[in-house]
Design a protein around this ligand. Structure first.
Ligand SMILES: Cc1cc2nc3c(=O)[nH]c(=O)nc-3n(C[C@H](O)[C@H](O)[C@H](O)COP(=O)(O)OP(=O)(O)OC[C@H]3O[C@@H](n4cnc5c(N)ncnc54)[C@H](O)[C@@H]3O)c2cc1C
Length: 334
């Protein structure tokens, strides 16, 4: 079992900043996120977009902001569980909690901070009858460990940034890659699209534009992906893995069953400290709601600071909290 002071559900910008604010008060954090990487919406939806309303940065790329935040929290040695969804919560007799993930990972903590953004991102799946039969048997909706595709035959589907970026990345790893897209142009970054066209021209990938997914076949495991062209002619591709990358849709998921006051998919909080109606559980960032709420990164940062000041009493019940500026106290690593 992992033991920590604060378990933060969601490693988006607000969850990451909560590590910093908690660290200043000598509280250790463990973060858990269903996505295989940190950064929340910024890394998953718009990594290359410039953001203009982060104080002190006239402009900063979303992924760069996340990288800076990771650097900023390094002194506080946060630990991470990535690629696992938080499902369960068990209250202990002394008021502490055990947070339980979809894979059975258990995190013992004094305080739970929900920084779950829009909720759990769940993959949009193509409408193929046999799809569910091969999930985890050759069909993956996210790339968690690129090495698992080494020397394999891969079929990727999609036309956004994820499909383009992973096609480019996996070209050097996989034995054979086919990218299928239903349109004849890509939605993803033009630079990435150009690289994909170049790889196709050099014969390093197979590119099937204007093709629709039709079916998947196999025995115990997936063995073939079938697509059709505009003339409804079938193309059958051998595939060890099929990775449809059609984006993610957010869902609040099991957190909705924890007895928290919820209003339209968001958790109601007290704006004094962003606590919920359940003791020792806080909600910060896009996941919470209150009068005047703005879903902005900088508002989430503010909420993280107030949450940490309030959570201190549960982690150090015998100590008095004294407020200090970082300019006075500096950053004291653990
Ligand atoms: C295209 C776009 C542009 C934007 N531009 C701006 C901008 O210019 N300025 C600005 O301030 N804001 C902008 N935003 C909004 C900003 O991205 C959000 O306010 C911010 O991401 C909220 O951060 P967060 O940490 O609360 O949540 P998120 O970034 O959503 O991160 C939450 C994380 O929690 C995880 N999670 C949720 N539930 C679970 C669970 N049960 N188990 C495990 N993990 C879970 C999710 O996987 C996710 O990684 C933009 C948003 C979009 C989509």
């Amino acid at each position: 079992m992992i033991t920590t002071d604060i378990c933060i559900i969601g490693a988006g910008p607000v969850g990451l900043f909560a590590v910093f604010e908690a660290g200043l008060l000598k509280m250790r954090c463990h973060l858990i996120d269903v996505l295989p990487q940190v950064g929340g919406q910024l890394s998953e939806i718009y990594p290359h977009k410039p953001i203009y309303d982060i104080p002190g940065y006239p402009t900063i790329r979303a992924q760069e902001l996340i990288e800076n935040q990771m650097k900023q929290i390094e002194p506080f040695k946060p630990t991470f569980t990535l690629g696992e969804r938080v499902d369960g919560l068990e209250k202990q007799e002394d008021g502490s909690y055990i947070v339980i993930s979809s894979e059975g990972t258990k995190i013992y903590c004094q305080v739970v901070v929900i920084a779950g953004g829009l909720g759990c991102f769940e993959p949009r799946k193509p409408e193929i009858v046999n799809l569910a039969k091969y999930e985890r048997k050759g069909i993956d909706y996210m790339v968690k460990n690129p090495e698992s595709y080494r020397d394999k035959k891969i079929v990727i589907a999609g036309g956004g940034d994820s499909a383009l970026d992973w096609t480019i990345y996996l070209t050097d790893i996989a034995k054979e890659i086919t990218l299928i897209h239903r349109s004849d142009s890509f939605r993803g970054a033009p630079d990435s699209a150009d690289k994909v066209y170049e790889l196709a021209q050099k014969g390093r990938i197979n590119l099937l534009l204007s093709h629709n997914l039709a079916d998947v076949h196999g025995a115990e495991n997936l063995s073939h992906v079938i697509a059709t062209n505009k003339l409804k002619e079938e193309v059958k591709m051998e595939a060890d893995y099929f990775i449809p990358l059609f984006g993610l849709t957010p869902k609040l998921g099991p957190i909705a069953e924890w007895g928290l006051n919820i209003d339209k998919n968001a958790i109601e909080v007290n704006t004094m400290d962003y606590s919920t109606n359940v003791e020792r559980i806080y909600a910060i960032g896009d996941i919470n709601t209150y009068a005047g709420k703005l879903k902005l990164i900088l508002c989430g940062y503010h909420e993280a600071a107030l949450m940490a000041q309030s959570a201190f009493k549960y982690v150090y019940p015998d100590q008095k909290l004294s407020f200090k500026y970082t300019t006075v106290n500096g950053i004291n690593t653990f």
